[in-house]
Design a protein around this ligand. Sequence first.
Ligand code: ADP
Length: 358
Amino acid sequence: MSQNGSYIRIDNVSRRYGSVRALDSVSLDIAKEEFIAILGPSGSGKSTLLRLIAGLDRPTEGLIHFEGKDVTDLPPHKRGIGMVFQEFLLFPHRTVRENLAFPLRMRKEPAGVIEERLEWVAGVLSLTMLLDRYPSQLSGGQQQRVALGRGLVARPTLLLLDEPLANLDRELRQEMEIEIRRYQKQLGIPFIYVTHNQEEALSMSDRIAVIDNGRLEALGERQAIYDHPQTPFVARFVGKSSRFQGNVEADGTTVRLPRYDYAFALPAGSGFQPGTAVDIFVKNERFDLVTKVEGGNGIACTVADVVLRGPFLEYVLETDRGDTVIAVKPKRNDPLPVQERVFLSWNPADCHVFKAES
Ligand code: ADP
């Protein structure tokens, strides 16, 4: 552990490919026993960051420390890391046992060590009964566990995961999310999990690092990233939300939506100058939806469709200006009917307001 308590320290790391800044001055401290998700859209620099941590690539600038030791120039096999990829990369003509043992054989570990590690990893991942099967005789989830096992079998001090669930169907993915988080807590080593899928990042991680365009856009506990986005990008990218345009009135606290007959008060201390053009983000599940409003203060809409999503109803609303807004509500027995006239509004504490991007 380094003197400041970080187990892994990414210190001002950049990686350029010619004129492309794949990663731009990223700094990140990761604690031991932490599950951190690197979340960003395609091309944002996630894999580049993972490759740098793994030692498969070198930064153009900046340093990487593991447990206080500079590993920037250390080759991958000396870093004590395990990796799991999107493709399971299992050898089809080898049994689970042989697949799991492969990284150890590459390292020329003695037979006794291999046996002991195999027993350990098969126990952790509930693979003991499957050791003599071939990959084709396994379900998708079991194959994924073998791929995970291969990443863990050498007892790494850190596991890197690159979109390992991308090829699984939704139900299995959700099961694996819970399992992977459980393994991480059980093993007590950091997991760094790269994904473009916000649901995975939110379901598994302790903290989320959001990256966009090679830059660290936000870093925080998952609940804070979801509930209190600090930038418009995070507000747009994490959770499902709608965006509205507004203007701060002369009193400096009221925001009026010019497109609609709707105004709301900013939370105290928002600090916008009168006249500022703002973007307002409201998560789909945060809308208030009523059939009557006092004083007419609400965005008038018509229910265009009602979609049943398990325990939730998704109201597809068409505003009188012809925009579509989705509002999510818990399922009830008497959903608002299609064609019903409704008014949208929100509690000011439930929206996120930023100076408009020009
Ligand atoms: P992500 O994993 O988030 O999809 P990447 O880290 O793969 O993003 O890529 C980040 C940026 O760097 C992209 O613009 C990509 O085109 C560029 N890039 C990645 N690897 C190379 C390379 N070897 N040569 C040139 N550009 C690259």
